[in-house]
Design a protein around this ligand. Structure first.
Ligand code: SF4
Length: 285
């Protein structure tokens, strides 16, 4: 039986991830012979394999800021970070190299502006995601709330002015539903659509492919928000959607008696991981 395999358009690294990884490589090259320690708090991008590779090359990934030694180099992850943590690191003579995606920085700036202008800030996004934690810290001192879904709006109460910013990887559908709910709570609603376009384009391409194939394989970190959303979106169209981190998680029974497989990957998924999935399927069938 011949099995057809198609990779969705716009799969793999986005601009922000490529940029962050270039910054990491350049930093490693620049400080290689200077005996400097290079740190990152949390994962620079949400991909285990990439983080392991960078660890081998010399970047120390830590979970607590106290583990970062004074006088060292510190790379800010793609998802951005709360400004008070960065200030604390600077005060300990730690050199900051900022790999925050410019689109995430845009969401920081919009949150600050809305707060200064007296809006009650709504951040639409995942409460525990580092990007959302960073955004809310940029709006410090003002009233804000992180909203994941419509039911979160029940506890807000009436407001005069509501300003909205959005985690870059949110789906438009979720944002539209929440904004529609906000119109019943606030008199004035100002929405800054900070969803990243590359996310939308990737989601559209995955949707198109999910309609044409028997199964969809979504490759990427399980802790990656955009990869997880991609899998959710695909599953709504094609129930035979599987989210895997690499080819080793592929199960041959998923591929039994099917004619066409679609593959897509999140913004933090190396092209290589997607090609390995394709190769594995080709070799098996
Ligand atoms: S998905 Fe968009 S916002 Fe997120 S890192 Fe990539 S380019 Fe930046």
């Amino acid at each position: 039986m011949s099995l057809e395999i198609e990779i969705a358009k716009n799969s793999g690294y986005c601009f922000g991830v490529k940029r962050a990884l270039d910054i990491a490589e350049n930093t490693l090259n620049k400080y290689r012979n200077k005996n400097a320690k290079i740190y990152c708090l949390g994962q620079i991008i949400h991909n285990k394999g990439v983080v392991e590779e960078l660890s081998k090359k010399g970047i120390k990934f830590v979970d607590k800021e106290e583990d970062i030694e004074p006088g060292s180099i510190f790379i800010v992850r793609t998802h951005g970070m709360p400004p008070d943590i960065i200030d604390k690191l600077k005060s300990r003579n730690i050199k900051i190299i900022d790999a925050t995606c410019p689109f995430v920085k845009n969401a920081h700036a919009k949150a600050r502006t809305l707060s200064k202008r007296g809006y009650f800030l709504i951040i639409i996004g995942n409460k525990k995601h580092p990007e959302v934690i960073g955004i809310k810290n940029h709006a410090k001192g003002c009233q804000y709330m992180v909203v994941e879904n419509l039911s979160d709006l029940d506890s807000i109460g009436k407001k005069e002015k509501i300003g909205v910013v959005v985690q870059t990887t949110q789906t438009l559908k979720n944002v539209q539903a929440i904004v529609s709910g906000l119109t019943k709570i606030g008199k004035e609603i100002l929405v800054e659509n900070t969803i990243c376009n590359t996310t939308g384009n990737r989601q559209d391409a995955a949707k198109d492919l999910a309609r044409k194939v028997d199964i969809m394989v979504i490759v990427g970190g399980k802790n990656s928000a955009n990869t997880t959303h991609l899998a959710e979106i695909s599953k709504k169209i094609n129930k035979n959607t599987y989210h895997i981190e690499n080819y080793k998680e592929l199960k041959t029974e998923w591929l039994k008696d099917i004619k066409k497989v679609g593959i897509s990957g999140g913004a933090s998924t190396p092209k290589q991981d997607i090609l390995e999935v394709k190769k594995f399927i080709e070799n098996k069938f």
